[in-house]
Ligand binder design. Structure first.
Ligand SMILES: NC(=O)c1ccc[n+]([C@@H]2O[C@H](COP(=O)([O-])OP(=O)(O)OC[C@H]3O[C@@H](n4cnc5c(N)ncnc54)[C@H](OP(=O)(O)O)[C@@H]3O)[C@@H](O)[C@H]2O)c1
Length: 227
């Protein structure tokens, strides 16, 4: 049985990914924030770990334990991240550091040991980008978020360069606005049907993790729906 590791597994997208991969016959190694374990329903093929993914040393130890216990991580889906708005005049260094910690360090600290494990024999890493990091006209309204997410794209490029000739592929999925309860509450007048759904995103994750996605190189998948 293939093992997929999912971070942010109690969040909107992470939880949808857990459900999709369990339903497809994967073993899921779910990592949730400390105190969030009971937000997921345990089954025989779901193992849940709690961790603060900004703590590099603890993350490295935990990934080591996961590899010892489950032998293989076939795919890793790193969803932890968060948004803050703010144009250049209100974005200080502290805000930038906090966003880099949340959006980049939480991915890097997991991706680094997982990538090295996957080099022999294979694996798939899926990172979550964001449109403001690719589009300055969006990014100028969320400077710290855009800068922190831009590191995620750069990380994927560097991992793919390092893995050249090997069977490890790092992809970036770039959702526009996801149809979540939080977004509906924040933007009650928007046309929700234009938004991308978690189901559409998790179908793409499944494809990337599957044999069908193995010919892709340097994949950046923009899932913008109609927004
Ligand atoms: N929602 C959107 O419209 C949208 C659009 C584009 C891109 N994205 C990206 O998509 C990803 C998922 O978004 P989402 O809406 O599913 O977010 P979410 O619901 O806020 O989920 C994020 C999860 O990460 C956890 N987390 C935060 N800090 C952590 C830490 N230090 N250690 C361990 N876990 C931590 C959170 O736990 P707690 O809640 O307990 O902190 C939460 O369960 C993010 O990277 C986001 O930037 C989202």
């Amino acid at each position: 049985m293939k093992n997929v590791l999912i971070t942010g597994a109690a969040g909107n997208l992470g939880k949808a990914a857990v459900e999709k991969f369990l339903a497809t016959g994967y073993h899921v190694t779910a990592i949730v924030s400390i105190g969030d374990k009971n937000k997921l329903e345990g089954t025989g093929t779901l193992t849940i770990y709690e961790a603060d993914l900004t703590n590099e040393k603890l993350v490295e130890e935990m990934i080591g334990k996961i590899i010892t216990k489950h032998k293989t991580i076939d795919a890793a889906i790193l969803t932890v991240g968060g948004y803050t708005s703010g144009r250049i005049e209100t974005t200080d260094g502290d805000t930038i550091q906090k966003m880099i910690e949340l959006n980049f360090c939480t991915a890097y600290f997991v991706a680094r040991p997982v990538f090295q494990h996957m080099l022999s024999p294979s694996g798939r890493i899926i990172l979550i980008g964001a449109r403001p990091a690719l589009s300055p006209s969006d990014g100028k309204n969320a400077v710290a978020y855009a800068l922190s997410k831009s590191l995620v794209f750069k990380l994927a490029e560097l991992l793919n360069a390092e893995a050249q000739g090997k069977n490890v592929i790092t992809s970036v999925i770039v959702p526009s606005i996801i149809d979540t309860p939080a977004n509906r509450k924040a933007m009650p007048n928007a046309n929700f049907s234009d938004w991308i759904t978690s189901a559409e995103i998790t179908n793409t994750m499944l494809f990337l993790a599957s044999e069908n996605g193995k010919a892709l190189r340097d994949p950046i998948l923009k899932l913008y729906g109609n927004s």
